[in-house]
Design a protein around this ligand. Structure first.
Ligand SMILES: [Zn+2]
Length: 410
């Protein structure tokens, strides 16, 4: 997928750089400024000599271009199955229809019926025959974005399209989708089905002789069953920007949305869970105590599919009273700790409280630090306009079956 109108043809820039070379050569040649040491005759002779040289260079270049063109024609005639784009790029020559970049179509996103609506980009494109990867959401003060529709608001023929139902869109022609909004709820919206945010911890592989140490360790074969259930039921895995907007009451999520998170277990998460999540097309978050984060973790996976978020920078330990440190830390300590985490990750969409513990001081410090949502363990779904600094999660223990997952997720 690429932005509409983006020029993917490298030939244009190549031509302009060749044209630009002689001009740059003339003006940047320091000899051009040494006027005092040349007589008029010498200058004329040198000028003629330079003219002859230029003609010779041109002849050589033309001959070279003809030779390359001929070589290209022969090469294409002998390699009919080869990649036409590569051939065109190498030769710097048009090579007929085969050399054109893959044709694409564009979906225009129309918010014109909603003055003041904001949108990160107003169109998305994809190659013909393929689906766009995802649609952005629109926002509007006081309203909740319900999704994109195939016809303007009020048209009874309009069909809703969201990121879980992109397959209803044609993949061979330009089209326009129209934003839908409804009034934003003013208090926690329990009429909404709620978003299940699952909390996993560590993973182990019995087929590799591993065992779990306690209920926080999940048999990786069970995790595969969870993922297979979610995939076969076409669940959607929103990213944290979408989750934050959903909790703020700014957007609805696709009906079957779910968030997978894993606390603490960096080693088994990256070794066992993350590859499996990707295999099943899921997105998943690892909450890591950032003082322990290995820098290479940040580059190990596609950041649009495997998210690393903060489990505090260094609050995951006991405090002065023997309970979680965050409960006795000062506002400033919690605030500074959160900012330190943001400096490492670059974002602060989600924060997972160490041991799930929080209080008024922690909620205020994290909110002021700019955390999008902070997560506790309350064994409930997350609802729009719940307290964003106290968002519940559903605990997954070893032995949790796909059947149980179905009961909490659907
Ligand atoms: Zn933890």
């Amino acid at each position: 997928m690429r932005a509409a109108g983006e020029d993917t043809n490298p030939r244009g820039s190549r031509r302009s750089s060749v044209r630009g070379y002689p001009a740059r050569d003339r003006t940047e040649d320091p000899r051009s400024y040494a006027v005092g040491s040349y007589s008029a005759r010498n200058a004329a002779e040198k000028s003629r000599a330079r003219g002859l040289k230029a003609v010779l260079v041109c002849v050589v270049l033309i001959a070279l271009a003809l030779a390359l063109t001929l070589a290209g024609i022969i090469w294409f005639s002998q390699n009919p199955g080869s990649n036409p784009d590569e051939g065109a790029g190498f030769l710097g020559q048009p090579a007929g229809e085969q050399s054109a970049p893959a044709a694409s179509y564009t979906i225009t996103l129309d918010v014109s019926a909603n003055p003041g609506a904001a949108l990160s980009h107003s169109s998305v494109s994809a190659e013909l025959g393929t689906s766009v990867e995802r649609l952005p959401f629109a926002t509007l003060a006081g309203m909740r974005f319900t999704g994109w529709y195939t016809a303007p608001p009020g048209d009874p023929a309009a069909v809703k399209v969201d990121n879980a139902s992109l397959n209803v869109l044609a993949r061979d022609s330009d089209q326009t989708l129209y934003a839908g909004f409804e009034t934003r709820p003013s208090s926690t919206d329990y009429d909404n089905p709620g978003l299940p945010i699952l909390m996993y911890h560590y993973f182990y592989d019995p087929e590799n002789g591993e065992t779990g140490e306690d209920a926080n360790w999940l048999d990786i074969r069970l995790f595969r069953e969870h993922l297979a259930f979610l995939q076969s039921n076409a669940y959607y895995f929103p990213d944290w920007e979408e989750v934050v907007a959903y909790i703020r009451g700014e957007i609805l999520l696709p009906e079957r949305s779910i968030v997978l998170t894993s606390d603490d277990g960096a080693e088994s998460f990256f070794r066992l869970a993350a590859p499996l999540a990707l295999e099943y097309g899921a997105r998943m978050t690892s909450f890591i105590v950032l003082i322990d984060l290995l820098p290479e973790r940040l580059e190990a996976y596609d950041p649009t599919r495997i998210f690393i978020q903060s489990h505090s920078y260094d609050m995951h330990r006991g405090g002065s009273d023997g309970d979680a440190r965050i409960l006795t830390a000062s506002y400033q300590e919690i605030y500074d700790d959160a900012i330190r985490g943001k400096e490492i990750l670059g974002t602060m969409w989600a924060y997972c409280y160490p041991f799930g513990k929080t209080n008024d001081t922690a909620r205020a410090a994290l909110s002021d630090a700019g955390v999008g949502v902070a997560l506790v363990i309350e064994n409930d779904r997350a609802y729009p306009l719940c307290d964003p600094m106290q968002v519940p999660r559903l605990r997954i223990n070893d032995g949790t079956t796909a059947e149980y997952l179905a009961s909490v997720a659907y």
